[in-house]
Design a protein around this ligand. Structure first.
Ligand SMILES: [Zn+2]
Length: 90
């Protein structure tokens, strides 16, 4: 999700140095999971919605910690893209 959207964002607006972040306003409840999309912090780029967490939920009860882990990894991915962008600016 992150790498695909990052590539599409660069194709859309190659000069944009903005970061892709989860567009919390556009989150959609989908079954037991959520659909999220990414948006750029600087330009008007908005990605398509991706299903998140539903694979984790199909494994049954007692897997809540796994959902938290996935959320954490998405956060780390956002941070690393932010770091890359700031390095390119220097
Ligand atoms: Zn942008």
């Amino acid at each position: 999700m992150m790498s695909t959207e990052n590539r599409k964002h660069r194709l859309c607006n190659s000069k944009c140095r903005g970061d892709l972040v989860i567009d919390g306003v556009a989150s959609i409840k989908w079954g037991f999971g959520w659909k999220e999309r990414l948006k750029c912090t600087r330009c008007l780029y908005v990605g398509k919605h991706y299903k998140l967490f539903n694979e984790v939920n199909t494994k049954g009860k007692g897997r809540r910690s796994a959902e938290i882990n996935i959320g954490f990894q998405i956060g780390v991915a956002s941070t690393s893209i932010g770091n890359t962008s700031s390095r390119q600016n220097n």
